[in-house]
Design a protein around this ligand. Sequence first.
Ligand SMILES: Cc1ncc(COP(=O)(O)O)c(C=O)c1O
Length: 435
Amino acid sequence: MNPRLDQLHPYPFQKLRELFAGVTPNPERAPINLSIGEPRHPTPQFIKDALVAGLSGLSNYPITQGSDALRDSIAAWAERRYGVKLDPATEVLPVNGSREALFAFAQASVDSSRHGRRVIISPNPFYQIYEGAALLAGARPFFLNTLPENDFKMDWSRVPEDLWEQVNLVYVCSPGNPTGKVMSLADWKELFDLSDAHGFAIAADECYSEIYFPHPNPDETTNHSTKPASGQVAGNLPLAGEGANAESKAANGQPPLGALTASQQLGRGFKNLIVFNSLSKRSNVPGLRSGMVAGDAALMKAFLLYRTYHGSAMSPVVQAASIAAWNDEAHVIENRRQYAEKFAAVMPLLKDVLAFDAPDAAFYLWARVPGGDDTAFARGLYETQHVTVLPGSYLARDAGGVNPGKGFVRIALVDSLPACVEAAERIVRFVGASR
Ligand SMILES: Cc1ncc(COP(=O)(O)O)c(C=O)c1O
C-alpha cells in the first residue's frame, strides 16, 4: 500500500475515544456531546421533499460538472451572497461536501515532478483534512499558528522567505474552525499579494460563512479574553455596538467577508483563488454531502478533469435537493437565529470560568481552560458531568515550539438550546468543584 498512508495522524475523535477509555461518566447525568462540529438542527422539510421528488434521477449517470440548473443556482446564490458574478459554465462546480473537495484539490494541484512545488501551508489549529490532503499528495505541510496574541491571524512573516517558491497551495479557513476568526479585507490583501508574488493557489474554506450573529451583550466576554490584556494585540475581537473593526463585519450581524468578494473588491479577478462552501452547516444537511467550489476558471478546469477520473459526480437526487437548498434563504436565517440564541445564553454563563472571545462567526467557542491542561479538563468534565468537549491540542500540531491548541477546548454549540445551557451549567459546576 501507499507508504504515505503511514504518515496520517489519527483523527481527533479517535484520540478522544482513547482519552476516555476506562472512564465511566457520571451515570446521574444524561450525555451532552459538544465535541463534534456536526449541525443538529433539523433538516428543513422542503429539502427532504426535493430529495424525494428527485428520486427519478437514480436512473441516470450524473456528469461530474453537475447539471446546468445546479450550477446556475449556486452562481445565483454566490451573486446574492457575495456580490460576484460567476460564470456557471467555467467558474462553479458542485462537490460531494467540501471535505472531499478540499482533499481532492491538493491531489490535483501538487506538482509531484522532481522540481515541483511541494509545500502546502495550513493554519494551526486546523481542519485535519488539510494535513492529510498534503501528506497523501506527497507535499510537506507547513503550519502557521493562529494564536490569541496575534488576534488568531495567520502570520505570513513566519514563512521563511526561501520557502515561498516551493509553496503550491495555501489553505485558509474563514470563518475559522476552531477560532471563529473572520479574515478582513486587509488580511485578504496581504494573502493575495503573496500569491501574486509567488504564484501559489489559495484554497479558501468558507463552510461556516452563513453562521454569524450579533453578540447581544459585548461586555460579557471582554474581561475574560483569551488575549493578553495589553501588548502586541490590536484589541479584542470587534463586538456588537463597538464598531471596533470596520473591516470585519460579522460581529454586527453582517455576513462575513468572503474571498471572492475580497478578490473582486481588490480588482484582481479570481486568479489562483478557489473557494469551498457547503450546504452542511448552512442548511443542516451534513448527511446530504453537498457543497460547491468556485473561482479561477483555469484551476476549475484542471480540477474538473481530475474529478472526472476520480469519479466524484454528485447523484442527481442530491443535486435536486441541493438546488432547493441553495435557492432558499429563509431557513438559513432561522438557523442563524438559533445559533445566536445559544451563544447569547451560553457565553454569560461561562464567562467567569473559562477565558474566551466572542467568535466573529461559526458555531464554536474556543476557550482557554483553567490550569491549562486541555486533555485533563476534557476527561474530568466527561467523567464528572458527562459533557464532551474536544481538547484543543488534538486539533493542532507542534509548530514553532508550541502546540497552539494546548490549553484550549473547542465547544461546539450544536445541540439544542436547553442542552447547551445545561452543558454550560455543568461546566461551571465542574470548574467550581476543581478550584
Ligand atoms: C473547517 C471545515 N471545513 C470543511 C468541513 C467539511 O464539511 P462538509 O464536507 O460537510 O462540507 C468541515 C466539517 O466539519 C469543517 O469544519
